[in-house]
Each structure stands twice: as structure tokens, then as C-alpha cells.
Write a protein of this length. Sequence first.
Length: 714
Amino acid sequence: MSPFSVTNFRTFLPTGCPTNLLYFYSISFLITTSSLVYSLPATSSARNASDYVLRNVFENQDQCYKDSFVYVKDVDAGKSKLFTTYPTTKECSNRLKLNDLPDKLPTCPPGLVDLEVIPAYFGLSQLSYPYANLNISVMAHSPVDTIAFRLHCLHASDGSDVYCSDLKDMYINGVKEWPCRAIQLSTKVQYPARFSYACFRLTSYSVYAINATVLPQKCRVTTIVTAPRFEELYPDMLVDPSISKKEIATKDPFWAPMIAVDFSDENAIWIRLGKAPRAECDTINVNVYKEHDDDSEKVNFVAALSIKCPETAIKWENQKAGKYLLSAYVLIRGCKFICEPNARGCTQCFRTHLNLVIHETRASLTWLTVQKIKDYGLEIFLAIVSILSIGCVVVIVAVIVFLHKKRQEANRVQEIRLSDFVKTMLVYADDSELHTNCVKHLVDNLRHCSTVEPIFDLEKLITAEQVVPSRWLIEQLSTLQKFIIVISDCAVRILDSEASETHHLVQSRPFSDLFGPAMDIIIGDATRRPEEARKKYAIARFEISPEVPANLAILRLPTFILPKDFSRLTAFLHSLDYGETFNITSNISKCRLDDWALAIYRTTIFTRENPNWIDTRWKPKDEQDVMNLKRETPVTFTYSNEEGRIAASKKFNLIPPKEGSEVDEVEEGEISQKEASAPDDETAFLIKPPALDDISDSDEDEEEDQGSNTIVAL
């Protein structure tokens, strides 16, 4: 047979791998039988013991079935029809036809049956020369009804193979029937059970397909078999019983194995190798080649498989569909797989060739993925590059559109009418008169340009009403929803816990500075409710002010730099979006901004010319410094009647005296005496009365002339 002749067959779906378990089950049977019998109680009856003992009931005069066995319980051994054999092709075919089987059956599931094919040697006799048969065995591991196998001839090198010839004896009722044998098992049979037949002749170089069919599962397993020349499979030295193993090991004759290809695995092919019983080896090698699709005379090397003896099987994984050539050989005495034509001293090994046609790819998903990448690497690379390029373009376009949209939204002017006045308290430290003037500009701009009602301590505490500053502070902190914390140099020192332990801010107003107590309450509230605090409290600092201290910055309250962030501060107070992406404008006039900037500039000049100015405000607590208020130039206001005097008193936050009250006259005289005795630099907050010497004269002049009077506010 030409080594490149093609065996045309279809592979079938996979099942489990066949394994030779004859010796294992024989030994297991003996051990199990003896152990079970001796472990039975003495009182057990013979019938109970028979439930535990298995007996091989397979008996057949035909030596072709000698390796078969069927076990049943001893109690069932005497029953009839435990199994039925179909010893002829006609009987076997009729049994299969009763089930109306299609030409192609699915492969049996793993663990149901195993199919094994090995060569069997028959020596010289009076009737024939030495020859070899196929020993076909099907081992059932689970209950089945019928096991049948057929021998199909796929290729023969000449007409010597009777199975591959078109003989008349192979036709039954005008239909060619391939050799077939079968066995039917009863429900009493215990598993595993083995059906073996060793009388199909094995012809050198012929290729056979053995299909084992199982009922009622209606499935099939398949093995492809070929053998080398008979003298290569069974050299005389290996089969001659007169030659000892020692002599065989010394001479080490050349031999070649039989190849059986098992298609029972889903993702691979099992290659099984048969040999003479006394054949010795270290390894058996199998070279795999793949024919070109367009030229059958050219082959590519695919893989080199090696089997360590005494193992006789190897798993060939991951094959593409196509035509393959398998070459099996044994390295004996330094032989080579191929010798060059002119090579000297080269001995070529005996080889066995098998051509296969695999119609479907048999591989794992991982291997298929890798092969796809190899086969279409360039196309996949170009596709990935194209997808990434398109993705990058889409991302870039999306970013451009997003930024353009944001820019349009930022440039878009949306007029929002601020109809509700928001009450907002300013929490600040009394650094200096110039700094307080900057805060006053903030208050004025909030009132007139931001629809905000600022709560300013200078406006609320220096009034005619008797207001307690601490109570007033608590009331504002508990009722108002918006607060502005103004950062300044003194504010930073007050927030410094170490510095405020030994120093304090000297009082320069008629009431104590409220910044410290207010910040204690605000920080506590912001610590308990941070999310709500970021909507309630805002930090404002002028461009000349220091940075926000760390113990306040950690609260992450919104911070605004004035006057440039005045519009964003307005948006915050009205609970509107004030982020950097929004272009917020306000209706504050340029004149107001200039006045505000001028006030800040004056503060800057003052701090630059007086670098130690804060030392006059921030002093140790142990120094008892008396508040010293310098008298300013009196403000005069002339009135001609009682209504004018009351109006003047209201304007300057003075308490007007009640007309005709004797108590008032007495109090007024006492006040005038105190004024006369007070130092010149002390400021008076009430209406300045006339001197004591002039009281009577003034009253007489007022009654006589009804002339104009003057209120002097110091």
C-alpha cells in the first residue's frame, strides 16, 4: 500500500476512551468472591450468600468468543436466556434492522462503553501458515440491551483481503452486508460485561473501520485500524516459543506496531498501538503530517508524538479538518526514521502508515481561538486597529462636542430674577476700622445688588433698644439659613487654638467681639452635618486677606475671593449653581466696585505702612487694657422745634427726652454733670445737654424767643 493513499471515512461524535480491563476484572472477581463468602455470617443461608456472589455465565463452544464474560448473581445463574449471541452476519444484521437505525448515529456518551482492537497472533498449524486476526472487544459499563459491531473495509492494497473484495458471500438478499457480530443481554446481567470476538482476519496494509453499536441507546463508537507487513508486526524471533526472552533482548529484532485510531474524545484523537506480546521497546514514536489542500503529494510536519513503553496509547489533541498521515515506528538499535539514499551505515526503522481524513475540526475552544488568531492575524490586527481608531475618533468628537456645549452654556446668559430677600449673617473679626469699612462695602453691595438682607452687628447692636449681644448671636445662628465667614488676620489668630489660649482680641466697640463664639458654634454644626453645612456656610476673603486656616479649610466649605467672586457668592446665597463652569454676572455697578476696591487698597497701604499693627489688637489676656475711645469732631444738627429734635435723635440713634418730665430734667442735669467731670477724650452716646449754669437761662430763652436749638452728636 502506498503510504500516501487516502482512507476516506467520516469521523463520528466522541465518547470515552477504551481500556483493557480483562485482567483487572478477573483479579477483582476472585478477590471479591472470596472476601464476600468469608465475610458472611455463619447463620446466613445458601440463598442469601448467592446474592453476593457473581458468576460468569458466558459459555460458547466457538473459541472466537473466549475473551467474553457476562456476570450474574449466583442466584440467577440457573435461569435461561441470560444472554443471546448472534454468531452470523445475517442474524446480527436482522437484529439491528429491527430498530430502524439511521446510517449515522451519535457517538455514545463517555462511560457507557469502551471499544478496543488489538492484533491476535495464530501460529503455524497443519491447516494454515501463521496469520493475525483482529481481537475486537466492547466493554459495557452501564446497562445495555444489545452490543453489535461491524467490520468495514476502507482500503486494501491488493485483492488478498476477503473483506475488501466484492465476494458473493458478502451479499444477503442482494444487499452487501459487512461482517457483523452481536450479543443481547438480559436485565439480570451485572456490569461491566464484555463481548469479544477474535476471528476477523487482519490483512497487512488494509484499513478497517470497526463500528460498535449500542441499543437501546442507539449510539456508536468507531476505531480505524491498519497493520504493517505481517513479518514486521510479528518477527519470527518474537513469536517462536523456543527463543528465550534473554536471546530476544540480546538480538533486539526490528518490528513495527499496528495503529488503531479511536475517535471517542470530543477534542482529540486517541492513537493506540498494538504489538507482539514479547516485543520490547523504550518508546514508540508517531510522526504526524498534514497534506496540502491543493496538492496531495506535499505534506507538512505537524507533530511528533512519543509513547513510553509499556504504555500503548497517546492522546493527539487539537486537529483541524483535513488529510493527515500517521507514521509509527520504534527506535531499535539506532535505526532512523528515514535514511538518505547514499547514506552509509544507516538502518531504516520498520514503519506503519495510516492516512486519515478528518472532516470536522476536533479541538478545544482555547486552541481554536489561538488558531484563528494565527490564521487571520493580519485581518484581526487591521480590524482591531480600525475599531480602536473609530473609537478614538468617536471619543474625540464626543469630547469636542461636550466642551463646545459647556462653553456655549457658560457663555449663555440666563436672567434669574432674585425676588426673595435672603437673610444672611456676616461673621467677621474686628481687625481695624479700615477692615470693617471693607466689610461695610460688602454689606452695602449685598443689600443693593444681590437681593440679600444682611445681618450686620454694627447695625443691630448699636441701637436704642437694649439688645444683649450673646442672646442676639444665638438667635441668629439658630434661625438663619445663610452665613458668610469673613477671613482676616485677627480671624486667623482667633481660630488658632494655641494662640487664643494666651491672647485675645482687644475690645474696640461697645460690645465684645462675637467672632470666636460664633465660629465655635459654626464649626460644631459643620462637623455634625458636613453636607448641609456646605450649603449653609460660605467663606469670604478679600484679596489682601490670608489663606483659610487648616482647621477651617478641612470642612471644605465653599470659598469666595472678593470682590471678583461677588456674583458667585450671590448665586450661593440664593442656592443657585455657582461652579466654575458657569459664567455668572451681577448687576453691581462699576462705581460700587471702584469704591470697594479703594477701601481694600487703603487697608493694604495701612498694613504695609504699619507691619506691627496687629500687636495693638492682639494682646495677652493678663493685660487689663481699658477701652479708649477718642472723641471725634462733633456733628451738629440744628432744630427749631420738638419734632426736629426727635428726628435728630432718631437719626443719630439718640434717646429723645420726654417733654415736661421732671425726672428727665433731673436725669439730664445728672448727665450734664457727668459730662462736665468726664475726661475730654471720652465719647458721649446721648444728646449733649447744655451746661448746668445755663439751664435756667436756656429755658427762659426758649420760652421767650422760641428760637432754634442745636443737637450735637459726639
